[in-house]
Design a protein around this ligand. Structure first.
Ligand SMILES: *[C@@H]1O[C@H](CO)[C@@H](O)[C@H](O)[C@H]1NC(C)=O
Ligand SMILES: *[C@@H]1O[C@H](CO)[C@@H](O)[C@H](O)[C@H]1NC(C)=O
Ligand SMILES: *[C@@H]1O[C@H](CO)[C@@H](O)[C@H](O)[C@H]1NC(C)=O
Ligand SMILES: *[C@@H]1O[C@H](CO)[C@@H](O)[C@H](O)[C@H]1NC(C)=O
Ligand SMILES: *[C@@H]1O[C@H](CO)[C@@H](O)[C@H](O)[C@H]1NC(C)=O
Ligand SMILES: *[C@@H]1O[C@H](CO)[C@@H](O)[C@H](O)[C@H]1NC(C)=O
Ligand SMILES: *[C@@H]1O[C@H](CO)[C@@H](O)[C@H](O)[C@H]1NC(C)=O
Ligand SMILES: *[C@@H]1O[C@H](CO)[C@@H](O)[C@H](O)[C@H]1NC(C)=O
Length: 363
């Protein structure tokens, strides 16, 4: 059953009825029980769609191809029945749309049902939670995702997307076997801004796998593997260009600032700047750039050159058992670092491939 409210221009509420969605009027529609036909109807006919407290059946994607200008609102607690598959649990596409959560909402993935401490390598297949695909000039805001089974959010093949005030809470994963619970992954997208996110997880806070003109700012990452570019290489599209990461606090994470490129692949990472990043209690590497990702014999390759890598005002602490700065790349050039002061790490690891004349050293 869908509750519809018809409005006329001028704002007078003329009618509020309970009915199936058949109207061609711009309407506000609320769906409280999962039903594919109702969702398809709402997709066609409703200017605002509210999904309130629905439980999505096992192995089903909450799939909405939104009309231009649609507002999609999550309300109450949304859950998915357990099923072993790759997902995604949500897959949204559209132009000029607004995807948001009402103040009380929660996308409760209940990832603990899948968690086995092994992540993507485990015998249990775990779905990606929330995918936006070919989203154009749109905003995603005020979304709360709890306990993702695997990666929380993918932004793929999208252009002109702002994601803001998103909270990924996988704190339970620390004790219940959460792994590979990435906050955001960006793939093959242009002009994406991610801001004011808070991510508590067990893998990358943000992983920019490919894409151009990406901004990540004013955010907080805890417990994971750091704010990463990559891993880059070996996919259909392998370019990362014009990335700005600023005003970020990264705490209790395995890495802070990180670029990882895949061994034996091609692509490029060009013009990446991290500015005003504070690190606290990093476990393994404060700053890490490595071209040996996926190599079993620890060899870095240069098919994905890291060019114009700028760091400004990167400060903070690594635990004694960690390394402050580790660089292990081939073919890197044109790096500019200023006001980098990462301290506390006591372990020294052999470095290789630091661009000549950059004045950078590992320690
Ligand atoms: C999301 O849906 C689109 C079709 O709209 C499809 O092409 C894409 O593969 C889906 N994404 C995932 C991760 O399944
Ligand atoms: C980037 O995306 C934002 C948000 O949709 C939009 O306002 C802006 O015009 C886009 N910029 C360019 C250069 O396309
Ligand atoms: C590098 O990217 C930034 C945006 O992050 C942009 O302002 C700047 O012009 C780019 N630099 C070059 C040389 O393209
Ligand atoms: C990177 O930014 C520069 C400067 O704004 C721009 O000229 C260039 O086209 C951008 N690169 C891409 C791939 O958009
Ligand atoms: C360095 O970044 C921190 C935030 O991480 C900020 O508080 C501080 O003002 C910045 N310092 C400079 C000199 O930009
Ligand atoms: C970094 O922090 C300084 C000092 O607060 C500020 O002036 C500058 O704009 C910040 N940089 C960015 C990219 O936000
Ligand atoms: C270095 O990168 C360039 C592309 O910028 C590529 O042509 C070359 O093969 C790379 N060299 C190595 C040793 O990988
Ligand atoms: C670097 O940071 C440490 C504390 O983490 C501080 O004691 C030291 O003075 C700083 N060095 C510089 C050059 O700012």
């Amino acid at each position: 059953m869908i509750k519809m409210t018809f409005l006329v221009v001028g704002g007078f509420l003329i009618l509020g009825i309970l009915a199936d969605v058949q109207s061609t009027f711009a309407a506000t529609c609320t769906i409280t029980t999962y039903n594919e036909d109702l969702i398809k109807d709402a997709e066609k006919n409703c200017a605002t769609i509210t999904l309130n407290g629905i439980s999505v059946p096992a192995g089903v994607t909450l799939d909405l191809n939104l009309n231009e200008g649609t507002k999609l609102i999550f309300q109450g607690t949304i859950t998915w029945e357990f099923f072993q598959w790759n997902g995604p649990l949500v897959n949204l596409t559209g132009t000029n749309v607004e995807i948001s959560g009402a103040p009380d909402h929660l996308l409760d993935v209940r990832g603990n049902l899948w968690w086995d401490g092994k992540g993507e390598g485990g015998a249990i297949i775990k779905p990606v939670s929330f995918v936006v695909h070919r989203l154009k000039n749109s905003i995603i805001r005020d979304i709360n995702i709890k306990n993702p089974s695997y990666h929380a959010i993918w932004i793929e093949e999208s252009h002109g997307v702002i994601a803001q005030d998103v909270y990924v809470d996988s704190i339970d994963g620390d004790t219940l076997g959460g792994k590979n619970t990435d906050g955001f992954n960006v793939w093959t997208s242009n002009n994406v801004t991610i801001q004011r996110i808070r991510v508590y997880n067990q893998d990358d806070c943000v992983a920019i796998k490919s894409g151009t003109n990406i901004v990540v700012k004013d955010s907080y990452c805890s417990g994971g593997h750091g704010l990463s570019i990559g891993s880059v290489g070996g996919r259909d599209y392998n370019i990362v260009e014009n990335v700005s990461v600023s005003n970020i606090e990264i705490v209790d994470s395995d890495n802070g600032v990180r670029i990882k490129t895949n061994y034996g692949t091609t692509g490029s990472v060009t013009n990446v700047t991290y500015e005003n990043v504070t690190l606290k209690d990093i476990n393994k590497y404060g700053i890490r750039v490595h071209g040996d990702y996926g190599s079993h014999d620890g060899i870095a390759t240069g098919g994905v050159p890291v060019k114009e890598f700028n760091l400004k005002n990167i400060t903070g602490t690594v635990k004694e058992t960690g390394v402050n700065i580790h660089i292990f790349v081939k073919n890197a050039s044109d790096w500019h670092w200023t006001d980098v002061n990462v301290t506390g790490g006591k372990v020294i690891k052999e470095c290789d491939g630091i661009p000549e004349d950059s004045g950078i050293s590992c320690y």
